[in-house]
Design a protein around this ligand. Structure first.
Ligand code: DGL
Length: 272
């Protein structure tokens, strides 16, 4: 007898992790997904590693109580600061954002000059540098770009303000290493600004520049992990269900669909 169908759990500091759910549902449309956004405590990016770890453990415990078969840490800040603690606390496999994002960068880079943009917490952790050290001679330059988060949430992703902010950040990034040929969008929110980041990077770069994001790479990592995961043999042809939970529901109706790219029927308010 096959095991009962179990969902994939995804959590983030807020709604930005819905970019990972979006990529996951595109890649694995038959999978049920449980999403938790810790919207009452967002942002994680400006908080200390100890606090991020504590919050992330509470998020993961919530998902594990819903019998998820796999945990995806959509939040780059939580992945960068809390992956070992989350893995130690989980009986099911845990996929963070950093290794898949770094893997995509290593596939894309031509000259080994990689720029990483993310929150302050992600950049300070040095997690991408450690993951990218797998390539001998890789030259990694990281920059915190905190203003991209509120821009994405406001939906100001393709206007003069977004272009000015992108130009200011990326000018700093390319000043540190003019030979950057690949940029990792190391934050849940940045895929929404992909077009403006790409256009600005192409103006500033010496040559071709590839833009990779951890959301797409995480969906691929989940697809690769699933065959070995218990509860994954009960496939159906019906589209997977999405259940969304949040620790605060203010403005979710307005903001969340921007990240998911489809309407969300509802968020259930929970206390961790
Ligand atoms: N989810 C966070 C990340 O990917 C961005 C928002 C925050 O600072 O909490 O790093």
């Amino acid at each position: 007898m096959s095991e009962p169908r179990r969902p994939i759990g995804v959590f983030d500091s807020g709604v930005g992790g819905l970019t990972v759910v979006r990529a996951l549902r595109a890649r694995l449309p038959g999978e049920d997904v449980v999403y938790l956004g810790d919207t009452a405590r967002v942002p994680y990016g400006s908080k200390s590693p100890r606090t991020v770890e504590r919050y992330a453990l509470a998020c993961q415990a919530f998902l594990l109580a819903r019998d998820v078969k796999l945990v995806l840490i959509a939040c780059n800040t939580a992945s960068a600061n809390a992956l070992p603690a989350l893995e130690a606390a989980s009986p099911v496999p845990v996929i963070g954002a950093v290794a898949p994002g770094a893997g995509s960068a290593l596939e894309a880079t031509t000259g080994g000059h990689i720029g990483v943009i993310g929150t302050l917490g992600t950049v300070r952790s040095g997690a991408y540098e450690r993951a990218l050290a797998a390539r001998p001679g890789a030259h990694v330059t990281s920059l915190a770009c905190p203003l991209f988060v509120p821009l994405a949430e406001e939906g100001w992703v393709d206007d003069d303000v977004a272009r000015a902010v992108a130009r200011r950040y990326l000018t700093t990034l390319f000043a540190a290493d003019p030979a950057i040929d690949t940029i990792v969008l190391g934050c849940t929110h940045y895929p929404l600004l992909r077009d403006v980041i790409t256009a600005t990077a192409r103006e500033l770069a010496r040559g071709p520049v590839a833009i990779v994001d951890s959301a797409t790479a995480m969906a691929a990592a989940a697809a690769a992990a699933l065959p070995a995961v218990a509860g994954s043999d009960a496939r159906t042809v019906t589209p997977g269900a999405l259940a969304c939970f949040a620790t605060d529901i203010s403005r979710l109706d307005e903001i969340a669909p921007r990240f998911l790219g489809e309407p969300i029927s509802s968020f259930e308010l929970v206390d961790l």
